[in-house]
Design a protein around this ligand. Sequence first.
Ligand SMILES: C[S@@+](CC[C@H](N)C(=O)[O-])C[C@H]1O[C@@H](n2cnc3c(N)ncnc32)[C@H](O)[C@@H]1O
Length: 266
Amino acid sequence: MNEKLGMQIIGNAKKTIKVHQSSKSPFVRIGVSILYGFRRAANTVVRICVDRNFRSILLLQLLNSKNVHQTTSLTYIDRYPSIFSACREYLNYKQDIKILSYGCSTGEEVLTLRRYFPNAQIIGTDINKSSLDICRKLSVDDKISFIYSEPSEIQKHGPFDAIFCMAVLQRKPHEIASKGISSLKKIYPFEKFEQQIIEFDHLINPNGLLIVHFTQYSLLDTKVASKYKVLGNYNQNDYLTPVFDKNSNLITNPQTQNSIFIKRHK
Ligand SMILES: C[S@@+](CC[C@H](N)C(=O)[O-])C[C@H]1O[C@@H](n2cnc3c(N)ncnc32)[C@H](O)[C@@H]1O
């Protein structure tokens, strides 16, 4: 069967399902639901076979759900220019800085950081092995490396002058928004976010930066909040999906949430 014919059959099946979904007969409705289930299962099987990233994310959810934060890998070059510029300005006084890009996905964030910090040592880390494979094929200088995200491995490369954690500490924000979910307790509890921030705290030099951007929770709600002060007025006002409090409950009237933090000197 060629690809065009296959698409035609799927298209016709979709139309038939739509027409019969609202049938008055319960038998037709049940039949259509079963067909619908089959179609979804078939779609998933096809994606597992042909889409390596999809397969990798599915495996993460099944086998490593305890450690994974955001599962999707969307990224692009120079995604947060004003934040990167502010950090460059703040860190300019230092020569040999070390930067961690936590959740670097397919490496665009690391390539971007190199443009902003030409002399820094940059470590990119991700939990998705398929993304890491793509990172490792990039042509980079020898002060850039990519490692699998495991606390002990990251620790070997620290401490850091800046940790960028962008669009990582969240879970499926658009789906949460569209379904009107008001508690993240079972999906992505606050404690998991807080634990990650505490881990970062052990890895940052005094006066270093922790950038936590596009996240469903606030660093200022965590146990280590008093160790940090805000840098500038860089915030996630452009994060158009819901944010949650330390009980994992939806905040109906969210305040401005800052993104760049300086670790205070003890
Ligand atoms: C939406 S992408 C963000 C990519 C990039 N930071 C950006 O903002 O463009 C989220 C990434 O976080 C990664 N991630 C999720 N949990 C992680 C963990 N525990 N350690 C490292 N990376 C993780 C995912 O695999 C994915 O590549």
